[in-house]
Design a protein around this ligand. Structure first.
Ligand code: GLA
Length: 753
């Protein structure tokens, strides 16, 4: 790894064994992008890559040069208005109304490791030799504005982390109306664009289309990253697929409004922009003021989409997530939400917990409804004091009872919200985001607290701190159940209202930081009506997130499959719930619900007392299975094998670091009669090792699949000719062997020799 600087040519070459990222100071002083991709050797002069060709109708920078137009030059941080016509990375309005800027190279510095981004989540290093950071200093002299572009190259993996910082060194007030984290100009447009979109209960489903001339983008203006579009994007070079080919992933470490965009011009070059959504954003930079953008992470691979995902997984698991729980196996939990909703008493909770404990579950999570006068969605949010009618001895009493029973105890909060029917709102009606004189739109009968205000964040911290320090709480589920509307803060002046969305998120990060610092052993799980804020920003504080409110196994396979393109398995909250399912009314076998939920943090979301004895016995086995394999699942190498978006079956697998152990999850939506032959090619095994394959499947009894797949197979057989998954089920007289929504787990263990 290293940063090679050619002072004669003003060229910077960031590289490790996998990638090269090369940029240069352009003749007009701005920064030009020369190359990003597979590692190439360094050379004295890369200037031939500039490709300045005189083109008709071009607007040009220099009187003497008809070929030098910023419109045709690939840049590091393009600005609009001085011969570049593409959407810009930054826009600054000066006091005289001018919007033209010109950021010219001034200096650079190289730092070992990676500096922190103040107030923001970001990837980090533990040792200095894990990464190196280049900070390029640019200046717009007329505006008195310094711009620092920060690039970190990691020693391992095709990873570049980027961000930008603006420093007002002049004497005028500046208005920053666009400040992207990342601008990357690529020399062609030969890519498929993959975005991860959906809605509540069907989050992060991959949508693929060819990159075309014009602008394509996804983003959020909801105040949170959203169920609708994830701040993650892949450009894939056809015919790349799961196991081979080139792809670039772009991920924004941020939880608020974002934009991820590709602009393909009519010369087929592509500009990627990623950062805070410019709509409604405006940051006032007073003399001496600074603005730091969130971080964007770029990953390049020439080894297919699984390798791309694995690079993100490793980085986000080890160098974005932090704290006590980062490397620890996650507790198997039971959550009472779908078991009781708001209808519970302490005795009922204890009854649910007792059965779960008997089945081996380790942690009981008390969800919504334990505080204030919260008996429905209409009241109580903001009053983080235990409801003494339901919990006579408060949270401390209940938590102690759980501990006495041998269960850890966890608690739900929705810190950013308030119901109008609450003591908090009655005391501080001006603490919510609302536009003066306008309607106050609600979501789920609640308002959004103005987290851009320090006193609001401090007040909520005080209440949560009291509960968490007064009781044995080991886990917190931090929920967020509505998007922001009427985004206006009563505490900020008119010329700072464009800052509210971002200041709000900074307030959320601030509260997370305070709480995780104060309670370092508490496991935090983030949630936003399921997966409405499943983003890298949250993972910095909470190493796991509730993936979706949809707990139906068939839907969950899709959601978890889509989520896995960027996010590690250890981050995906996944539970077994009751059948028929509460979101879809679909009944799936208990084993399929577990076989899906294993590939995450695992837990239950139902009252186990309501299951039959046979089902309870199954639950015990499931918990044992998960305890045995959770290290492999949560910290192994994950491969997607067959997409649920492409057909009737889906499959994925995890492989241990030493490749001696693996688990394969296989899922089928509908069963058929007399079905075709099928094989599943595995990945990541050692071709020379002999593996014992055991099937935990659907068959009550019967031939075929178990016999063909089970037994001893070499890694090369399993990867190159495949695992036989043919299903002879549902013939005329075979009896009931398989069914709709069936699934299997294959357990692979290398033979000891
Ligand atoms: C959200 C969460 C659920 C549950 C409810 C409680 O919808 O996603 O898991 O916590 O809130 O109100």
């Amino acid at each position: 790894m290293g940063i090679i600087i050619n002072n004669k040519k003003d060229t910077f070459h960031l590289c490790n064994q996998e990638i090269s990222y090369i940029m240069t100071v352009l003749p007009n002083g701005q920064m030009g992008q020369l190359y990003f991709g597979k590692r190439i050797r360094d050379r004295e002069d890369f200037s031939y890559l500039l490709e300045t060709i005189g083109r008709p109708m071009a607007s040009c920078v220099f009187d003497t040069d008809k070929a030098y137009s910023m419109e045709h030059i690939k840049q590091e941080y393009g600005v609009f208005g001085a011969t570049d016509y593409r959407m810009p990375a930054a826009e600054v309005i000066q006091e005289n109304g001018n919007r033209v800027s010109e950021f010219c190279f001034r200096d650079y510095r190289v730092e070992p490791g990676k500096p922190k981004l103040p107030g923001l989540p970001a990837t980090y290093t533990e040792k200095e030799d894990e990464a190196e950071t280049l900070v390029i200093g640019l200046e717009d002299e007329r505006a008195g504005l310094r711009l620092e572009l920060m690039y970190t190259v990691f020693a391992k993996g095709g990873i570049i982390a980027r961000s930008a910082r603006f420093l007002n060194r002049g004497e005028q007030n500046l208005r920053l109306t666009t400040a992207m984290s990342l601008c990357l100009d690529l020399p062609d447009s030969g890519y498929d664009w993959i975005q991860f979109s959906g809605a509540w209960a069907r989050e992060r489903q991959p949508k693929v289309r060819r990159l075309e001339q014009g602008i394509q983008s996804v983003g959020s203006l909801r105040g949170h990253s959203s169920h609708n579009h994830n701040p993650f994007l892949i450009l894939k070079r056809p015919p790349a697929d799961g196991s081979q080919g080139e792809a670039v992933g772009f991920s924004l470490v941020y939880s608020g409004n974002f934009l991820a965009q590709a602009e393909v011009d009519t010369y087929d070059t592509t500009r990627i922009l990623m950062g805070i959504h410019p709509h409604g954003f405006e940051w006032k930079l007073e003399p001496g003021g600074e603005f730091q953008t969130p971080e964007a992470v770029i990953v390049y691979t020439d080894r297919g989409l699984n390798h791309l995902s694995q690079t993100f997984h490793r980085l986000y698991r080890k160098r974005l997530a932090r704290g006590y729980w980062r490397d620890r196996e996650r507790p198997i939990l039971i959550n009472n939400w779908e078991a009781t909703y708001f209808d519970f008493t302490e005795d009922k909770l204890l009854e649910i917990a007792e059965k779960a404990r008997e089945c081996g579950v380790e942690l009981f999570v008390l969800d919504d409804g334990w505080f204030g006068r919260r008996s429905s969605e209409h009241s109580g949010l903001g009053d983080w004091i235990a409801n003494s009618e339901r919990l006579p001895d408060g949270i401390a009493g209940l938590a102690q009872r759980m501990e006495d029973m041998g269960m850890k105890f966890g608690l739900w909060f929705e810190p950013e919200m308030v119901n109008p029917d609450s003591d908090l709102y009655r005391a501080h009606p001006d603490w919510i985001l609302s536009a003066p004189g306008y309607r106050r739109s609600h979501g789920r009968y609640q308002y959004v607290l103005d987290f851009s205000r320090r006193e609001v964040v401090d007040h909520i911290f005080g209440m949560m701190e009291k509960i968490l320090s007064g009781a044995k709480v080991s886990y917190v589920k931090w929920d967020m159940n509505r998007s922001i509307t009427e985004c206006y803060s009563a505490a900020l002046p008119a010329d700072r209202q464009g800052e509210v969305y971002h200041r709000y998120i900074l307030g959320v990060y601030d509260l997370y930081e305070k709480l995780t610092e104060r309670f370092p052993h508490v496991l935090f799980e983030s949630c936003a009506s399921g997966g409405g804020r499943f983003d890298p920003g949250m993972l910095y504080y909470a190493p796991q997130a509730w993936t979706s409110d949809d707990t139906d196994a068939v839907e969950r396979v899709k959601i978890q499959y889509g989520t896995s393109y960027c996010y590690p398995i250890s981050s995906m909250g996944s539970h077994v719930s009751i059948a028929p399912n509460h979101q879809l009314n679909r009944s799936t076998p208990l084993r399929t619900r577990a076989n899906t939920a294993y590939f995450g943090t695992f837990g239950y979301e139902l009252n186990l007392n309501l299951l039959s004895e046979g089902e309870q016995a199954q639950v015990k086995e499931q918990v044992c299975f998960m305890k045995k394999y959770r290290r492999l699942i949560q910290f192994g190498t994950f491969y997607r094998l067959q997409s649920p978006f492409d057909g009737n079956t889906a499959a994925w697998m995890v492989v241990s670091g030493d490749r001696r152990e693996a688990l394969v999850g296989w899922y089928r939506t509908l069963v058929g009669v007399n079905m075709p032959y099928t094989r599943l090619r595995l990945q990541g095994l050692d071709p020379g090792l002999e593996y014992h394959v055991e099937v935990q499947g659907s068959y009550v009894e019967g031939p075929s699949v178990h016999e063909a797949a089970a037994g001893m197979h070499y890694g090369d057989e399993l990867m190159y000719l495949g695992l036989i998954t043919t299903d002879g089920s549902s013939g005329e007289n075979e009896g009931l062997q398989s069914c709709d929504f069936d699934s299997r787990i294959y357990i692979l263990k290398a033979n000891d020799r």
